[in-house]
Design a protein around this ligand. Structure first.
Ligand code: NAP
Length: 282
């Protein structure tokens, strides 16, 4: 079943930067009736709203600064939406964050925030908005997962695990909602040039990647929305990443373990020379 953006009320999380910011412009261009743009940074949301209204004055743009790792804040957001906007036709769960480094050296605050944002916030919003969509017999939910939703990755152990959650949740929910008129889709990008690496604590994450593997936020957003519009279960943006993910999933686990077995040594070295997140040396 296809998903149309025209004349729809769309809630987009993580709209202040990166993939979400790029999606906001594309959704306005596609004729969205209302865009509810959510992230923590109010200034960035205000700038985006101004830009969008200049180019697409017909779209009703609402901005709502909100920490989606906080369930009470999400409740306030939902009240605001039902009071000011009405029913949400389409939910795009894009907000997310990563963390890079050895697990034992991670800040617990950051780890907990990541779990709450990537898993709990996404699930809570979906839970609150799916039932009204089902009652109306129409709607769409796009979850932004990651290529790491399929693979394990030492150095990003918790992040990859949160994305395994998003991937499994999205696949199962899609099947649960089959026949209800509500489409659940997910996008699993590989590396995308955004603020993600900086937030994850490693600006070198995309260094050394072949340029053909690193997508722009715009290309990722465009392909993600195209796949969603076609009602696809899964979109992997970028031809190269698409094939790498498909072939990588066929690799036997023992081979993957072997390929990644030197990661601890490499991370210890990096953390000792470049990062304040110094690991205890065992
Ligand atoms: N970039 C990549 O290589 C890559 C690859 C695969 C998957 N992804 C996924 O793509 C999605 C978008 O990431 P991106 O690459 O566009 O990264 P980004 O540039 O860092 O953008 C992340 C967005 O999430 C928002 N956000 C972060 N923490 C939040 C919180 N607690 N509450 C509300 N909003 C929050 C940020 O806004 P504020 O800071 O203003 O709150 C920002 O708008 C994420 O789910 C990420 O896991 C990214």
């Amino acid at each position: 079943m296809k998903v149309a953006f025209e004349n729809q009320r769309i809630l987009l999380t993580g709209a202040s930067a990166g993939i979400g910011r790029a999606m906001a412009g594309m959704l306005a261009e596609a004729g969205a009736k209302s865009l509810i743009l959510v992230a923590r940074r109010e200034n960035e949301l205000e700038n985006l709203k101004r830009e969008l209204l200049q180019r697409y004055p017909q779209v009703a743009v609402y901005i709502y600064p909100c920490d989606l790792s906080d369930q009470t804040a999400i409740d306030h957001l939902l009240h605001y939406i039902s009071r000011e906007v009405g029913a949400v036709d389409i939910l795009i769960n894009n907000a997310g964050m990563g963390d890079y480094g050895l697990f034992e050296t991670a800040s617990w605050d950051k780890t907990e925030r990541m779990l709450k944002l990537n898993i709990q916030g996404l699930t809570y919003l979906t839970h609150k908005l799916a039932a009204p969509m089902i009652a109306l017999g129409r709607g769409g939910i796009l979850n932004v997962s990651s290529g790491l939703g399929f693979f394990f990755m030492p150095g990003m152990s918790v992040y990859a695990a949160t994305k395994h959650y998003v991937t499994a949740f999205s696949e199962a929910l899609r099947l649960e909602l089959k026949g209800t008129g509500v489409v659940v889709s997910q996008v699993c990008p590989g590396p995308v040039a955004t603020e993600f690496s900086e937030v994850a604590g490693n600006t070198h994450l995309s260094e050394g990647l072949p340029p053909w593997l690193l997508l722009s936020a715009e290309q990722c957003a465009r392909e993600a929305l195209a796949g969603f519009a076609q009602g696809k279960a899964l979109t992997i943006p970028g031809q190269a990443m698409h094939w790498l993910t498909l072939t990588g999933r066929l690799l036997p686990r023992p081979l993957m373990r072997l390929a990644l077995s030197g990661t601890r040594k490499r991370l210890l070295k990096t953390q000792q020379t470049e990062s304040p997140r110094i690991a205890p040396v065992h």
